[in-house]
Design a binder for this molecule. Sequence first.
Ligand SMILES: NC(=O)c1ccc[n+]([C@@H]2O[C@H](COP(=O)([O-])OP(=O)(O)OC[C@H]3O[C@@H](n4cnc5c(N)ncnc54)[C@H](OP(=O)(O)O)[C@@H]3O)[C@@H](O)[C@H]2O)c1
Length: 334
Amino acid sequence: MIPPIPLTMTAIEISEPGGPDMLKPTRRDTPKPGSGEILIRVAAAGINRPDLLQRQGNYPPPPGASDIPGLEVAGYVAALGDDVTGWRVDDAVCALLAGGGYAEFALAPAEQCLPVPDGLSMIEAAALPETIFTCWTNLIDGGHLKSGETVLIHGGSSGIGTTGIQLAKALGAMVFVTAGSPEKCAACLTLGATLAIDYKAEDFVKAVKAATGGRGVDVVLDMVGGDYVRRNIDAMAPGGRHVSIAVLGGPEATIPIFKIMQKRLILTGSTLRARPAREKGAIAAVLRATVWPMIAAGAIKPLIHATFPLDRAADAHRALEAGDHIGKLVLTVS
Ligand SMILES: NC(=O)c1ccc[n+]([C@@H]2O[C@H](COP(=O)([O-])OP(=O)(O)OC[C@H]3O[C@@H](n4cnc5c(N)ncnc54)[C@H](OP(=O)(O)O)[C@@H]3O)[C@@H](O)[C@H]2O)c1
C-alpha cells in the first residue's frame, strides 16, 4: 500500500554557515509539486563536495531552489504536478536537484528525473545523478571525448572521478587518473583506469608523457585548477581539450598561451547547478538513451564508500571533508 504524504517532514537544514555541526535535523512542511514537478519520497540522498561549500556559506542555492542541501536523490514518486507525463505514483525514480535532497521528500523538475537504472539499489541510484550529469556534459559535450582517445581525470577516486573513469572507459576511451594515495590509485585501476598516478609520489606530467610516447592526452577533466592548468597543458596532445569543473587547488592560473597556439588546444569548463531545467533535461534524455543501457549491462556502477542515516548528515560531511573516501557517501532516508 502506498503510504500517505504527511503534512510535515524531517529535513536537514544549515542553521548558519559553518562547520558540519551547523547541519541540524528540523521539521519542514512537505513540499507540494507545482506544474511540471515531481514530489519524490526520498529513499537515499547523495552527498557531493558542493554541499560542503554550501554549508560553509560559499555556494548559495540558485534563485528558486530549496535552501536545504542535497543535489541528488533516489526514491519513489509520491505525487505529480500538473502537466507531468510519463510517470506514475510509486515509480522508482532518481533525480538531479538544484537543492533539497537531504529530506524525506524532495521536489524535482520532471525533466531532471530518470528511472532507477535496472540492477541498481536506491543507495546506488542516489549516488548517480550529480556525477553522471557532470561527467557526461564535461567529457562529451565540453571535451568531445571519442572512442580510442586518452583522457586524464584528476581526483580519480572522488565521486566524480570514480564515475568518470567508468563512463570514459565504457565509451571506449583510455583513462589515466591522478589520486592521492596507493590505495586510491589501486581502486581507480580496479574501476578500469589504465594508468593511476599517485601525484604525491610522482610528477603526473612525466608519467603521462611516458605512457603516451611523449604525445600527451586528448582530454583533461580538471578539478584542481591553480598551477595544474599549466601542467595539464604540458601533458596534453595536439588538438587536446581541457575541461575545468572545480578549483580545489586555486581559482587562478598563469597559462602558457604560446603552447595553446602550438598544440591548438581548447580550454573550457562548466558548472551544473545553475543551468536551467531545460538544459539539464536535454542531458537527462541523452543519458537515458546512451548511459542507462550501459548501467543496466553492468559497465557503470556507482562506487559507494559509506552510508549514513539522514540525521547523521553532519558525520557524513566530516567524512567527506577528511578526504579518505573512495567513491560516494550517501544518506539513507526511508
Ligand atoms: N562543475 C560542475 O558541474 C561540478 C559538479 C559536481 C562536482 N564538481 C566539483 O568536482 C569536485 C569533485 O566533487 P566530488 O563530489 O566528487 O568530491 P570528492 O569526492 O570530495 O572529491 C574531491 C577529490 O579531489 C581530490 N583533490 C585534489 N586536490 C584537492 C584539494 N586541494 N583539496 C581537496 N581535494 C583535492 C581529492 O583526492 P586526493 O586524495 O586524490 O587529492 C578527492 O578525490 C569538487 O570540487 C566539486 O565541487 C563540479
